[in-house]
Design a protein around this ligand. Sequence first.
Ligand code: BGC
Length: 445
Amino acid sequence: MEKKDNVFLMLVTAVAALGGLLFGFDTAVISGTVPFIRSYFALDDIALGWAVSSLLIGCIGGVLASGKPADLLGRRMTLLAAAFLFFVSAVGSALSEHLSTFIVFRFIGGLAVGTASMLSPMYITEISPAARRGSLVSLNQLAIVIGILAAFFSNYMLVSTGDDNWRWMLSVMGVPAVLFFAALLFVPESPRWLAQKHRKAEAFAILQRINGTALATAEMASIEASLERDEKGSYTEVFSKRMAPILWIGIVAAVFQQITGINSIMYYAPMIFAKTGIGLDSAFMQTIAVGGINFLFTLVAIRWIDRIGRKPLLIAGTAGMIVSLFALTAAFYFERFEGYLVLGCVLLYIASFAASLGPVTWVVIAEIFPNRLRSEAMSVAIMVLWGACFLVSLTFPYMLNVLGGGAAFLVFGIMCVLNLVFILLKVPETKGRSLEELEKMLLKH
Ligand code: BGC
């Protein structure tokens, strides 16, 4: 029996997934600070939108900027830089005295989130055995969700700490950032990157530890074969006519993950619940319920994604999102906030997203592109994803306060209907097929 170091693989994956955890924490922590930074910096709706969204512009920059260092310095070094930026952003935003400094430090946090959103899945993909790649990529989404939950929870614990409560909420992230940095010092480089840099012995040693000698030898051979072709991958080719149909699927899936409104709830949940007339404290409790449901239903997706496939999950989840959004539209339109109606609708919406668009979008974006162009094509799709995320979170406070919750949720509901049509007509079922089979199936020759 060949020795495979499973514990090592799980530890290394967990360290990389800390990037996902910080991604989740940093994007969600803002929601608990909204009422307090609004009054501290005296923000109107548009200024608040900027304070919340500045991180997301940084994310776009992070995705753009991390490709080159990831190739030149390595995946691990680039993730180390992200961990450092996470720390700087936590401390800097917590100590901010002016809106402009606050925005700059949140932007720096965004650079870190954007980098982690590319590099953590990339690193996990490159280090994991082919047969387990899918579930390990989904674990990164689970880490994102745990980060979001941790942010909600820590915000809830800190809400009564006085005038500086929002500063404490933001500074908490410094702790996992330091942990991420320290843990990264102990993980190896990606074997695929090492092979690219002609450090083949080191690459082989890592592959051997994870896969055993026989598989490692085969894997090494296919990495070398793919690297020969890798050198020819370019953005010109990503935007070529031949790639266009798949690139569009990746881009449209990324846009729909965001314009169906998930982050209006993730970032502004207390504001939505407060509109229904319940107190801020229980609004925070309900926000934690949102995080808990998000976590549980991501587990549902992880369990079913390789059994029933991507498409049935996407279809069922989108249908659930449509029902809950139209019910929310009606509740806000007729101002019927009694009982737990709004909370129930919001939780159904989150559960539906968590079991479908949440993880499956990342999996599909990672699967549909050919090996050779994966990193370039993924970066285009992920950049668009952050762009769409930015637009939604910038405009949502305005939509909620000026047009009303009814109109905001109606728009998201209509986007979900369009997304359902897109899924039914355009998204390919990728379950159970090897990446090479997918390449043949999706890329017309
Ligand atoms: C999305 C994030 C979102 C999170 C919620 C992720 O897949 O990309 O924008 O905040 O899921 O769970």
